[in-house]
Structure formats: structure tokens, C-alpha cells
Design a protein around this ligand. Structure first.
Ligand code: TRP
Length: 455
């Protein structure tokens, strides 16, 4: 397929917001807090931040290199750079990860959509902790309501994708992401003003490796990939829409930094409340849905803020999903030759049908909740296998590809826009990190989690 008929994001600011729109999402407000709670706080945050900067940014720049250079879907991109070699396996793995992630992501997005709806109905006025726990359980057990919300989420995503991505994404992200940022700051301030909030802050920032363990380290690494949308082709696909004069080094840094700041703010919105209301930090996936309504209860305009919070959460979840499904849509278009609309509809159907395995197993009392594969429900399995294995593995292979197959000069040429940007010395340093340091760190974490290397 020709690559010239692709649209482009219009300015560097639009590129920043669109890429941030992919990175920001349920990872910040749902996954980051509940995993930080589960693995004991500060130590998890530390390993997560190190993973973002020592591994995430080099992987992101490698994907940017591949994407803007080839302007193709992830499989086509590797085929284009090294025809008839096994490297395109990375692209195929990315496709599998895309499906696994979107299968369960649409469920959590559905919970957020339904909480937005409930907050509109005023269901959270003066509600107790126990009632919130019950509401969360009924929301996810289903089976009908989570399936209904999953379908609704897919309908919204499909409509946006059919209307065309770039213009829509640019508009939505540029206006609503800053608003999301402000609201999360307000939420954090409110949460910090609760009694005992210092305990939450201490939990988030005190480094104590005891409850981390090798699975905690692997999970922090996997979360870094999940957060920055790496290891499955989202960033390869998006950077195909970047302008030729975009400073991709800046884009990567700004996105990674902003995204990490939002996660920490989400932590500051949630953990003080966790301690103020006596909730277990390790309560699991329901953490967001139980604490946030409590944070806003009993303050003036609390319900409006809650509606705003869930509305903007719907938006960030949606822009993240668009970046995932777009990978599959472009792939169908370019590989199978189907039209954009057909590609969107076929993928939504696949995601709804197979993804409902996750929907029905998200709660232990759900229809398929007791059905375990490798000791995990489908919901957990899709999440664990993609975040902790496939995404980091895809990322590892991507940096090995760029570090060892694409030579340094090519990398520097593309990321300096043919030396127009005076960033060569930074790029040399990053190339060194991505060739020698990031892969070794990744391999160490993998071996450690398999029990083959102890520290
Ligand atoms: N980064 C998004 C979040 O944190 C989710 C996401 C979008 C994603 N695209 C991805 C995760 C690609 C993995 C791979 O919510």
C-alpha cells in the first residue's frame, strides 16, 4: 500500500498531545495506584521510574525511529527495514499484545464509563465505604452490565476511528488533557487535606524493598511499558503520523515526564484517602473506584468534581484505546486491504467476542471467574501475559533491532532530522544506553523473575 496518503498531525504541540493521549489512560489512575498499593509503595515507584527513564525512553525512541522512517504498520515496518528476515516477528508479537491488552482494557474502561454514568445519576451522594465496595463488585460481576458497557466503549471507539483519527484526536487531546491534569491536581489537593493524609504520602514515597520481590520488579517494568504504550506498535504507528521536523527526542522526554507526573499525582489523589478511610492499600483493582467517590463526598460541589473526574477519565481511557485499536486498523488496511470502516468493525467484533472472556472473569464470582488457566483468570492472564511478558519482550527485541541491526549513524540521522537539530551528543548517549544498558537491565529483570538469577 502506498504510504503517502497517510494523514499527519499538524504541529509539534499536536504531536505531543496526541502521543501523550496514548500514554495517559487507565494505567495512571487505575493500574499504577493499585499495583503500587499491592507491592508496598515507594520501592515500586522507584523501580517504575527507573524503568521509565532507563528503558522506556530508549524503547520509545527506537519505536519513533522505526515508525517515522517507514510510516507503516508494525509488521510492515520491520519487513520494510529488513525484508525477508525474522525481525517481523516483533510486529506479529505486537499484534498479539495489542489484542490481549485491548481485551481487558475495554472492560476497565467500561467500569469507568459506568461510574461516570452513576455519578451523573447522583449514586455516590454520601455513600459509605462498604456500599462502594458492594457497588464495585456488582459493577464488575455482571454478566450483563459489564458486557453492555464494554459494547458501549467499543461503539464510541469505533465511531471515532471511522471518522478518522488525526483531526479528531488532535482536537480532543489538546483541549481535554490539560483539563484532566488540572482536575487530578484538585483531587490530589482534596485528598491531601483529609485527616491522616501524611500516612498516604509516606506510603507512596518511603522506599522499602520488603514487599516488592522479583514479581514486583517485573511488574514495575511491565507497567512502564504499559504506561508509555510501548512494545506493541502503538508508538510505531503514531510516529508514522509525525511531521519530518518534529524533535522526537523532546517529544519522548516530555511525554514520559508528563505521564509519570500524572501517575504520581494519581497516587497523591488516592493513597492519602486510602489511609484516611482505612482502606487496605493492597485492595486491588477496585482501589480507584472506592477511594475517588469518598474523596469527593462531603465537600461543596463534590458531586460535580466527581462527574468531572470520571468524565475526563473516560476521555483519557478512550484516547488510549484509540491508539491501541488504530494499530490493528492500520494493519488490516495495509495487510488485508479492507477499508477503514470494515477494519474498525471487524476488530471491534473480535474484541467484543474474545474479550468477553475477560469481562466474565474479572471478578472471582463472575460467570467465568472460577475458571483458571495457569492459575489465573482470563482477565488476569491477558493482563499478566501482555504487560509482564510480551510488552517487555517486544521492547527488548526492538532495542536490539535498533541497537545492533540499524547502525548508530542511521539512528542519529533520523532523530536529528538529518542533523538539522543540534542534538547529536544526546543521541549518541541515548544510543549507548539503548545498545548496552537497557537490554542488560531488561534481561536481568527477566532472569530474576524466572528465578534464574537472585538478588
Ligand atoms: N498507555 C495507556 C495507559 O496507560 C494504555 C495503552 C495505550 C497501551 N496504548 C498501549 C498499553 C499500547 C500497552 C500498549 O492507559
Amino acid at each position: 500500500m502506498s504510504t503517502n496518503n497517510r494523514e499527519k498531525f499538524s504541529t509539534s504541540l499536536a504531536i505531543f498531545f496526541a502521543t501523550l493521549g496514548s500514554a495517559l489512560g487507565l494505567g495512571n489512575i487505575w493500574k499504577f495506584p493499585y499495583l503500587t498499593g499491592k507491592f508496598g509503595g515507594g520501592a515500586f515507584l522507584l523501580i517504575y521510574s527507573l524503568s521509565i527513564f532507563l528503558i522506556g525512553i530508549p524503547v520509545m525512541l527506537s519505536e519513533f525511529y522505526i515508525g517515522r522512517k517507514t510510516k507503516k504498520n508494525p509488521i510492515g515496518a520491520f519487513e520494510h527495514l529488513r525484508p525477508n528476515t525474522a525481525w517481523s516477528v516483533i510486529g506479529y508479537m505486537g499484534v498479539i499484545s495489542s489484542y490481549l491488552v485491548i481485551f481487558f482494557y475495554t472492560d476497565v474502561a467500561g467500569w469507568v464509563y459506568s461510574y461516570f454514568f452513576k455519578s451523573l445519576m447522583g449514586s455516590f451522594n454520601n455513600v459509605s465505604k462498604a456500599a462502594l465496595q458492594r457497588q464495585f463488585d456488582t459493577t464488575i460481576i455482571g454478566p450483563l452490565s459489564p458486557l453492555f458497557w464494554k459494547a458501549t466503549v467499543l461503539l464510541v471507539v469505533s465511531l471515532i476511528l471511522i471518522l478518522g483519527v488525526q483531526k479528531g484526536i488532535e482536537k480532543i487531546t489538546k483541549t481535554l488533557l490539560p483539563l484532566f491534569f488540572i482536575l487530578i491536581i484538585i483531587t490530589a489537593i482534596r485528598s491531601l487535606s483529609l485527616p491522616n493524609s501524611n500516612k498516604g504520602v509516606a506510603f507512596l514515597f518511603t522506599v522499602n524493598f520488603k514487599s516488592l520481590g522479583s514479581i514486583g520488579i517485573l511488574t514495575a517494568l511491565g507497567l512502564a511499558f504499559f504506561k508509555l504504550s510501548l512494545g506493541m506498535g502503538s508508538m510505531i504507528t503514531y510516529s508514522g503520523y509525525f511531521t519530518d521536523n518534529n524533535n522526537m527526542l523532546n517529544t519522548a522526554f516530555h511525554v514520559a515526564l508528563s505521564d509519570t507526573i500524572v501517575s504520581v499525582l494519581a497516587g497523591l489523589a488516592i493513597f492519602p484517602a486510602v489511609f484516611a478511610f482505612n482502606i487496605e492499600p493492597s485492595a486491588g483493582p477496585g482501589l480507584l473506584f472506592i477511594t475517588i467517590p469518598l474523596v469527593f463526598s462531603q465537600i461543596p460541589f463534590g458531586n460535580f468534581l466527581l462527574i468531572g473526574f470520571f468524565f475526563l477519565s473516560c476521555i483519557v481511557a478512550t484516547t488510549a484505546m484509540i491508539s491501541m485499536v488504530e494499530v490493528l486498523v492500520v494493519l488490516f488496511k495495509e495487510k488485508l486491504g479492507t477499508s477503514r470502516t470494515t477494519s474498525v468493525l471487524l476488530n471491534s467484533l473480535i474484541i467484543f467476542c474474545i474479550g468477553s472472556l475477560a469481562t466474565l472473569s474479572a471478578h472471582p464470582h463472575g460467570l467465568l471467574g472460577g475458571f483458571l488457566v495457569f492459575g489465573k483468570s482470563f482477565f488476569d492472564l491477558f493482563d499478566y501475559f501482555s504487560s509482564n511478558i510480551l510488552l517487555p519482550l517486544g521492547g527488548l527485541l526492538t532495542i536490539i533491532f535498533v541497537g545492533y541491526i540499524i547502525n548508530r549513524e542511521n539512528f542519529i540521522e533520523e532523530l536529528s532530522n538529518n542533523k538539522k537539530l543540534k542534538n547529536t551528543s544526546y543521541l549518541r548517549f541515548i544510543f549507548f544506553v539503548l545498545k548496552y544498558i537497557s537490554p542488560i537491565l531488561l534481561i536481568i529483570v527477566f532472569l530474576n523473575s524466572l528465578g534464574l538469577l537472585k538478588f
